[in-house]
Design a protein around this ligand. Structure first.
Ligand SMILES: Cc1cc2nc3c(=O)[nH]c(=O)nc-3n(C[C@H](O)[C@H](O)[C@H](O)COP(=O)(O)OP(=O)(O)OC[C@H]3O[C@@H](n4cnc5c(N)ncnc54)[C@H](O)[C@@H]3O)c2cc1C
Length: 379
């Protein structure tokens, strides 16, 4: 029996701990907060979008796409659903392939993990922020209230998105101490800021639109989905996905009525002018604002089909769902063991892998947990 320390009790750490304890290893989770799985419990608007049936490496950003593709082929969405339901519960896809617990409650997934950890006798130490790891024959971990030794360590301490869940980016230093580098970090799956004057009066309006990121005149990325107007920009699934491609200085071009051609729209408006020209075409609030702004029929059609917003930036790590960047995947072996320190493994968001909106990030947490657990068991 090996003595394993898992640093971080988020999605990756919890999955790793269960997989290793099931294999008979002695596992301890060191968690800096006072609760397990806080981010997991908040995921998918509280409903827990754990994976997606449309699963392959094209939905991810990483420095090592081939490594990632091999990882997903070993533990993909089916394996995630099977693993989670092995603890109890039913996991089902919606029409867009996003997989949720049938009860649509993310916090219940954390409860599943808690019950399983208890059954397996996994020790959890709370308020244990690991500040140092050293290695001499075995690992020595120093945390706020004490020290502990371990044969193997799995670093699952997350990135720097959503600091209020316990992830402020300080854990990268634990890996850097062993010679690991860090790719540039950036917030991802985050609201985008634009000129407040251009979205004035639109706050809270949500549409199913098409969004194109324009870099100069060149389209960089296009997506169809939820777009929500905020007081200073846009949010929603489509915007989160576009946030990985959009930079300050780019333009978002929104087609607010993607299923209707410009000609059909023109015909539907007919000769009407005034604030109600878009009644039953767009939500009333949005229609009224556009009608007020347009000086001609052509201008109105173009506002609806190509509403342009300059990108002034994003809303930062605090609001981001994930971190783009991290410890390079290429600095790990096939099963996520450090290439620089034997016995040190990684899993989850701390690595340079981030996915699109729709369950891809939790899938990475579970895939990487599986690989790290397999690596620990085999060496
Ligand atoms: C609001 C929100 C909604 C989301 N919704 C979805 C979704 O629906 N689907 C999806 O796929 N993804 C979603 N994500 C992203 C997903 O939750 C994360 O990618 C995933 O939780 C990362 O798992 P992790 O275990 O790597 O890190 P985390 O879940 O961040 O866990 C890291 C843990 O490590 C602990 N820790 C940090 N440093 C230390 C230290 N030095 N010592 C000890 N412990 C430490 C932290 O307290 C934390 O508990 C969402 C994220 C947010 C913020």
């Amino acid at each position: 029996m090996q003595k394993i320390s898992v640093i971080g009790g988020g999605a990756a750490g919890l999955a790793c701990a269960v997989m290793l304890a099931r294999a008979g290893e002695e596992v301890t989770i060191l968690e800096r907060g006072d609760r397990l799985g806080r981010k997991l419990a908040a995921s998918g608007n509280g409903q827990g979008n754990v994976t997606n049936v449309h699963m392959d490496a094209s939905h991810y950003f990483t420095d090592d796409p081939k490594h990632l593709a091999r990882a997903l082929s070993r533990f993909g969405s089916r394996e995630t659903a099977n693993f989670l339901s092995s603890m109890g519960g039913i996991f089902l896809p919606d029409a867009r392939g996003r997989v949720y617990p049938a009860g649509r409650q993310a916090s219940a997934i954390v409860d599943l993990f808690r019950r399983e950890l208890e059954r397996l006798g996994v020790k959890v130490i709370f308020q244990a922020r690991v500040e140092d790891i050293s290695y001499r024959n075995s690992f020595k971990l120093t945390y706020k209230e004490g020290t502990m030794s371990a044969d193997k360590v799995i670093l699952c301490a997350g990135g720097c998105a959503a600091e209020h869940f316990g992830t402020d980016g300080t854990a990268y230093a634990l890996a850097q101490k062993f010679g690991h580098s860090l790719t540039p970090l950036r917030p991802a799956l985050v609201r985008l800021k634009s000129d407040p004057a251009l979205v004035k009066g639109l706050r809270g309006i949500r549409i199913d639109g098409a969004l194109t990121v324009l870099h100069g005149a060149e389209p960089r990325f296009g997506v169809r989905g939820d777009i929500l107007f905020t007081e200073n920009g846009v949010s929603g699934d489509a915007v989160f996905r576009a946030s990985s491609y959009a930079e300050k200085g780019d333009t978002l071009e929104l087609d607010l009525l993607p299923d209707v051609s410009a000609e059909a729209l023109r015909a539907a408006i007919g000769g009407r002018t005034g604030e109600d020209a878009l009644l039953c075409i767009l939500p009333n609030g949005l229609g009224r604002v556009l009608c007020r702004r347009a000086e001609s029929l052509d201008a109105l059609v173009s506002l609806v089909k190509a509403f342009r917003l300059p990108v002034l930036g994003d809303c930062g790590f605090r609001e981001a769902q994930v971190t783009k960047g991290g410890i390079p995947l290429s600095e790990t072996k096939e099963e996520l063991e450090s290439k620089y320190q034997k016995g040190l493994f990684f899993a989850g968001e701390i690595l340079n892998v981030d996915g699109e909106c729709g369950g891809y990030n939790l899938q990475w947490a579970f895939t990487s947990a599986f690989l790290a657990a397999a690596g620990v068991k085999s060496c």
